[in-house]
Design a protein around this ligand. Sequence first.
Ligand SMILES: [Zn+2]
Ligand SMILES: [Zn+2]
Length: 185
Amino acid sequence: MKSLDPRAPLVLDTRELGRRPGSQRQVSRQVPAPADLGIEVLHVPEGAPVDLDLRLESVMEGVLVTGEARATLEGECARCLEPISDEIEVTFQELYVYEQHQTPHDEDDEVSRLEDDLVDLEPQLRDAVVLALPFQPLCRDDCPGLCTECGARLADDPDHSHEEPIDPRWAGLAALQQDEAPRGD
Ligand SMILES: [Zn+2]
Ligand SMILES: [Zn+2]
């Protein structure tokens, strides 16, 4: 496991908080977005500002961090590929357990730990952002997508239509379909 870099934007030093349970500290900072924050079709551009408001709270087992993050999103519509820009606001909460505070059942990687008083916010920020994103971002809820015949963006041209296919191969196919599976109109 690599050790944390105290200068990394999403690594937070908790030393000033103290170790007395109940002590609290507010931290606000703006950090550049790490790479791959989001999903391929919708993400916070790398290096774009992420505003963080954090509350650190000393508890028996470690440090509880409650955070709020705001950032801008860029991506493209899953139906028509039009660029999308949006904003995202997420909250997250994580208990970072003291290194020396080990119990047999939290040996696994599921537990976030303090390392030399440092906590790494990146995994929690990443999870919170990904969970908040739609699987299929759309430029608008009723985006009609692209024309299956010519690829035109239908939102720009709602009355878009094509003549009946005149390509003889398609005409032949259409005739064949009519013969085999007559549709009752
Ligand atoms: Zn669209
Ligand atoms: Zn078309």
